[in-house]
Design a protein around this ligand. Structure first.
Ligand code: SAH
Ligand code: SF4
Ligand code: F3S
Length: 450
């Protein structure tokens, strides 16, 4: 049968608001759209399909969606045939999808993270539906879906989906469902293919990569998976995130130490320094256990970097508890810390707890802790001055066309200038300037490899 040809080119625009897993899901949505012969556009007004891929982890993320939708209402009025899609974690929360459909009736599709495999069907139905189509089924196929990866030399590869940990502040287990490890064969196949396509670096993704495999029949854990992947073809670097300190075994640290491609960067969310708060958060480790893990990592891999996440103002966090978070920061001297003001999430245990900390106090604490950490980050980065670092060049800097950007194995961002496009290459730089979040390097001669 002869297919009717399209009169005009159709474009899509995806706005991604969440974590790396959310970014990966956007790549799958883009994969579907490309299969349906849509092209990506940078200009929102030119989109025929507009997707907002949402996050629910903090209230702020949700507020941004509301304000964005307010503006999009005008665009939809001007261009009624544009299909508006609200996707992701935010709409998977009980009752949210319906509420959003009522408040923003111009939305054509609302879909949750489990509905990724069904996106093409939803998109085909949408132009014929007078009402918002909602798909927030709690399950769906995630294997074998098309992926249109962002430009660059790195690729995201999920090794598990969902989370079973139920940290009491966190919405993720409710919206992403229980932890499900992907089969090792599927992961290896995907990574082998990526290496063949020319990707130099992959980042293994999971809410808790360290518990990988626990739900599989096959006898495999994160350490064994890393060992196998370290042998994989032409890849240069393997990263992983996020690590739950509770499930980080010494054996895993040994495998990382021995691995050639596995990078020496540990993102190890501490969340809080007080044992009382850690227990109320249901994190499953104490401050002492955490410090022991840091000690083991640094003993086996002295040149590593360790970064963390901290929440301030969790219910019941007193000034003394908060000071304990600061003390751990000072003791460990993290390379960087991502700090968050505790945000009550409806449906989680912590949202129901007494002794909620006032917003004013939470703000004061975050300013205090950021000051402490910025100094530490700067001091740690200054230690690299004059030293040589190998970086994988990711491309031109977004702000300056003559400057290229890459990362050290320890995940520090380094800018340097070069006249040659060295994207995708490993280069050696001498570090000549250090700031809390970035470094500047100078290219050393004869030190470029492919
Ligand atoms: N699975 C990852 C984290 C996912 S969410 C892990 O366990 O590390 C990323 C970070 O957001 C968390 O580490 C935590 O610091 C923060 N976060 C999660 N829920 C939050 C909430 N309700 N309020 C403030 N920060 C939160
Ligand atoms: Fe949330 Fe905890 Fe799971 Fe991370 S480990 S996603 S913080 S419940
Ligand atoms: Fe990620 Fe936000 Fe969902 S952090 S898993 S996009 S709630």
């Amino acid at each position: 049968m002869i297919q009717p040809t399209r009169k005009k080119e159709l474009n899509y625009y995806i706005l991604t608001m969440g974590c790396q897993m959310n970014v990966y899901d956007s790549e799958v949505l883009a994969g579907h759209l490309e299969n349906m012969e849509y092209s990506s556009t940078e200009e929102q007004e030119k989109a025929d399909v507009f997707v907002i891929n949402t996050c629910a982890v903090r209230k702020k993320a949700e507020e941004k969606v509301h304000s964005r939708l307010g503006k999009l209402k005008i665009l939809k009025k001007e261009k009624p045939e544009m299909l508006m899609v609200l996707w992701g974690c935010m709409v998977q929360q009980g009752g949210t999808a319906r509420k959003m459909a009522e408040r923003f009736p111009f939305l054509d599709i609302i879909g949750g993270p489990h509905s990724l495999g069904r996106f093409p069907e939803l998109l085909e139905k949408a132009p014929f539906s007078s009402r918002t189509i909602i798909d927030i089924e709690p399950e769906g196929e995630r294997e074998g879906l098309p992926v249109k990866r962002g430009e660059g030399v790195s690729a995201w590869v999920p090794i598990s989906h969902g989370c079973d940990n139920y940290c009491t502040y966190c919405i993720v287990p409710y919206v992403r469902g229980p932890e499900k490890s992907r089969l090792p064969g599927e992961i290896i196949k995907e990574i082998t293919e990526l290496a063949r396509e020319g990707y130099r670096e992959i980042t293994l993704l999971g809410q808790n990569v360290n518990s990988y495999g626990k739900d599989l029949e096959e006898d495999i854990g994160f350490a064994q998976l890393l060992e196998v992947l370290d042998e994989t073809g032409r890849l240069q670097r393997i990263r992983f995130m996020t690590s739950q300190p509770r499930d980080f075994s010494t054996n895993m640290v040994e495998v990382i130490a021995a691995g050639e491609k596995i990078c020496e960067h540990f993102h190890l969310p501490l969340q809080a320094g007080s044992n009382k708060i850690l227990q109320k958060m249901n994190r499953g480790y104490t401050k002492e256990k955490y410090l022991q893990l840091v000690h083991t990592i640094r003993k086996l891999i002295p040149e590593c970097s360790i970064t963390t996440d901290i929440i301030v103002g969790f219910p019941g966090e007193t000034e003394d508890d908060f000071q304990e978070s600061i003390e751990v920061l000072q003791q460990v001297r993290f390379d960087a810390a991502f700090t968050f003001v505790y945000s009550p999430r409806s449906g989680t245990k912590a949202a129901e707890m007494e002794d909620q900390v006032s917003l004013e106090e939470k703000k004061r604490r975050i300013v205090t802790i950021n000051k402490v950490q910025n100094n530490i980050s700067l001091e740690e980065n200054l230690k690299l001055l004059g030293y040589q670092q190998e970086i994988l060049v990711e491309g031109k800097s977004k702000t300056d066309q003559n400057i290229y950007t890459g990362r050290t194995r320890t995940n520090k961002i380094v800018h340097f200038s070069t006249e040659e496009d060295l994207t995708g290459r490993l280069v050696n730089l001498e570090i000549v300037e250090a700031k809390p979040w970035t470094l500047t390097g100078k290219l050393l001669d004869n030190n470029i490899s492919f």
